[in-house]
Design a binder for this molecule. Structure first.
Ligand code: BV8
Length: 264
């Protein structure tokens, strides 16, 4: 990709965003890659070291809760050391400048690392939960409401795998595993916003996981534009109006700078 091509694409993306009333950003693990958090399906990704069926399904948890907890505590440790990167801060900047111009901006994320909140975004929908929250696995228990849990090692828990202090059932991370439904309010609000959005900025996702990956399709079906930022093509590239190849940490700040210029 010639750099002037990229420059033109950044200007085109910024023009679409500056014209929009409702802007969404749909993000995946790739936006946190430059914070040092491994993605899932890239080389060196999580699914190279672990099998999904061993760590990210309810069956895996019933079969070996200790192993699943160790997987999530290892990720919590890594996420605790990580900071938001320029891509996260660019989206926080974008929410602020769009709000100041009387427009709306929401992040719809598949990520569980909480980095969008740490970067300063307010309007965030977490489709797959949040690694810093834990809940009782017994949905009838009062502790089945997720509670903040900053612990990152087995020794910090009374027993391991940890159990609920009120009903004795296993505690579990507040994340959505494969085969589990997404939080109803999160997915319904995401689809509603997607159907109304003038543009969705897709950042760092393979588009491999559903129903989350329907979000950009819904925006497009309702006449909205799709802008994609990724280091390579993805299964969403074919539906994107503007595809910017490169690192999110490098491209998003440049797009936001041009949006600021356009809104002056
Ligand atoms: C469900 C949380 C049913 C835990 C995750 C159609 C409709 C509905 C369901 C399905 C369907 N088809 C198939 C299904 C089943 C399944 C599914 O989608 N399977 C896929 C794999 C085929 N879906 C489910 O099971 C869902 N549940 O459907 O339940 C139901 C309904 C009612 C009642 C009962 C049951 C639940 C899915 C949620 C699974 N949980 N994670 C955790 O994180 O541990 S999914 C996991 O994948 C993460 O959330 C992750 O975010 C998500 C998507 O991955 P990506 O974020 O895209 O990451 P990936 O590594 O793939 O890609 C990274 C990208 O970044 C790459 O493109 C790379 O190029 C790019 N990149 C890298 N570096 C950079 C970069 N880009 C820019 N800059 C960089 N620097």
């Amino acid at each position: 990709m010639q750099s002037d091509d990229l420059k033109d694409l950044i200007l085109e993306a910024a023009k679409i965003i500056a014209r929009a009333k409702l802007v969404l950003s749909f993000t995946g693990a790739g936006i946190s890659a430059e914070s040092g958090i491994p993605t899932f399906r890239d080389s060196g990704g999580l699914w190279e070291k672990y099998r999904v069926e061993d760590v990210a399904t309810p069956e895996a948890f019933m079969r070996n809760p200790k192993f699943v907890w160790e997987f999530y505590l290892e990720r919590k440790k890594k996420i605790k050391e990580a900071n938001p990167n320029p891509a996260h801060y660019a989206l926080a900047d974008l929410e602020r400048i769009l709000r100041e111009s009387g427009k709306s901006f929401y992040i719809i994320t598949q990520n569980i690392d909480n980095l969008h909140r740490e970067a300063g975004n307010k309007n965030i929908i977490e489709l797959h939960g949040n690694i810093w929250y834990t809940k009782c696995s017994n949905s009838f228990c009062e502790k089945s409401r997720p509670f903040y849990d900053p612990r990152t090692s087995p020794e910090e828990y009374e027993d391991f795998p940890p159990r609920c202090s009120s009903c004795g059932s296993l505690l579990r991370p507040h994340v959505v595993w494969f085969g589990e439904p997404l939080p109803e309010d999160a997915i319904n609000e995401s689809f509603r916003l997607a159907s109304l959005a003038d543009v969705v900025i897709v950042v760092g996702t393979s588009g491999a996981v559903f129903p989350a990956a329907y979000v950009p399709y819904i925006t497009r079906e309702h006449g909205g534009k799709v802008i994609e930022v990724n280091i390579r093509t993805s299964s969403l590239t074919s539906i994107s109006d503007v595809f910017l190849m490169g690192r999110a940490g490098e491209i998003l700040p440049r797009i936001v700078e041009e949006v600021k210029r356009a809104l002056k």
